[in-house]
Design a protein around this ligand. Structure first.
Ligand code: BGC
Length: 445
């Protein structure tokens, strides 16, 4: 029987973030944003979300039953430090309970310190635009790691700093809904600096910790490869999106437009123990001299590929498995181990997801067999959760959630993922059972 076997000890994980699953996070900027009409598809609100603050354990049980052995979650800063400089030990107690609960179930936790949400007190002070945020973040990180550092050895400092800066300060889809290049780069500058400090603090407190960034890596391809302007624009956008958010954490240099001129920032140098790759899909770039506000570019999903729910209803979401290997290759330039910290697809009826998982995992396997050091895969997501500006309109879960009744149902893709985990790889049998049409793509015959 043919099989794509993964290395022994490979982490088979899932990922979530605090605001998207916990519920009742009313003390952060997202909650406030959700209350303003027009910001979220269909006026959706996070509400009690997946009710994790009350009972994450119900989903930990399901994850354990599915064989999942790793879970990436984030801490909600606004719970841990609800008022400036005042920490809440009861929030830490709850996170300790959750992390212990995971470990008792044989699930290895990875903890993200910032995943898109800010306490309201910070947002009021200008959020990540305010240079003081670096000191605020240092204080919060120190407290969080002192209180929880014995329960995990894997930390992500900041989730997708470029996406946060772009969505909050360019597209305006995330709070505070601004449109300013200057501010976006200023925010990214502060986030990277904060990452550098967080790296040092975590290592000072826990010498055994492994610290990284979860970086959204996206192939940016010219619409017409023979049009030199499309090619130039795609390269430039890749520099801004892929390079700027990662390379400074490797070589310690802040480069334009992150700073006025090339400038060293010492805490940033060599501040990655691993690179977290969040891969979803590529974007096609086209030069358009009329799009002044978009740096003379237009972008969209690739043509002639399968679209996910987000590709059907929005500008992203073409299914391109080869992009996974490209993202791993890109991340490997920094010479550190790699975890795929997110990969998934919005697909409410689960007709794309089984194929998506198989073909993307096959690319991860290919990369490993070529010598790339990929240590784990965290599927986004364990369960349908609050998808930011798309609210409950995009469903990423291996488990389907009925938001009203809070009922859960493991999707077919979830069952397939369990079988892959049990086999520590993709077998011919699994492919035949779930997505026979990709057998040739996966095994070559
Ligand atoms: C984010 C998640 C989000 C996912 C799906 C990632 O960019 O880190 O929070 O839910 O994409 O859109």
């Amino acid at each position: 029987m043919k099989k794509l076997e993964f290395p022994k000890g490979f982490l088979w994980g899932v990922a979530v973030s605090s605001h998207q699953v916990e519920g009742n996070n009313f003390n952060n900027q997202w909650w406030a944003w959700e209350q303003m009409p027009g910001n979220i598809w269909h006026g959706d609100k996070s509400g009690i979300a997946c009710n994790w603050w009350e009972n994450a354990e119900a989903d930990f049980d399901l994850a354990q039953k599915m064989g999942i052995n790793a879970l990436r979650l984030s801490l909600e800063w606004s719970r841990i430090e609800p008022h400036e400089g005042q920490f809440d030990p009861s929030a830490i107690e709850r996170y300790r309970e959750m992390l212990e609960g995971l470990r008792q179930r044989g699930i290895d936790p990875m903890v993200t310190l910032h995943h898109f949400t800010n306490p309201l007190w910070l947002e009021v002070k200008g959020g990540w635009e305010n240079p003081k945020v670096i000191d605020y973040f240092r204080r919060y990180v120190r407290y969080a790691v002192e209180s929880l550092g014995d329960l995990t050895d894997k930390w992500c400092t900041v989730n997708e700093p470029v996406v946060y800066a772009m969505q909050s300060y360019l597209s305006g889809l995330f709070p505070p809904g601004k449109h300013s290049f200057l501010k976006a780069f200023r925010v990214l500058n502060h986030m990277l600096k904060a990452h550098g400090h967080a790296y040092r603090i975590i290592h000072y407190l826990r010498s055994d910790a492994k610290v990284g960034i979860a970086k959204n890596i996206r192939p940016l391809v010219p619409e017409d490869p023979f049009n030199p302007m499309d090619v130039r624009m795609a390269r430039f956008l890749s520099y801004l999106f892929n390079e700027l958010g990662l390379r400074p954490a490797y070589d310690g240099w802040l480069r334009p437009p992150l700073s006025f001129r090339l400038a060293p920032y010492y805490p940033l140098a060599d501040s990655l123990d691993f690179v977290g790759v969040n891969y979803y899909s590529p974007t096609v770039v086209k030069f358009n001299p009329l799009k002044f506000g978009q740096l003379f570019m237009e972008w969209g999903p690739p043509k002639d590929v399968e679209l996910s729910d987000s590709g059907r209803y929005g500008p992203y979401g073409g299914v391109v498995p080869a992009g996974m290997r490209w993202a791993i290759k890109f991340a490997s330039e920094f010479g550190k181990p790699i975890y795929v910290t997110e990969n998934g697809v919005p697909d409410a009826d689960d007709d794309v997801r089984p194929r998506f998982i198989l073909t993307h995992l096959a690319q991860v396997h290919k990369a490993i067999s070529e010598g790339y050091d990929v240590r784990g895969y965290y599927h986004w997501s364990l369960i349908d959760n609050f998808e930011w500006s798309e609210g409950w309109g995009l469903r990423f879960g291996l488990i389907e959630l009925n938001v009203e009744t809070q009922e859960r149902k493991i999707r077919r893709s979830g069952e397939m993922y369990s079988e892959i985990i049990r086999e520590n790889g993709i077998t011919e049998e699994i492919v035949e059972k779930y997505v026979p049409e990709v057998k040739k793509d996966i095994f070559g015959t």
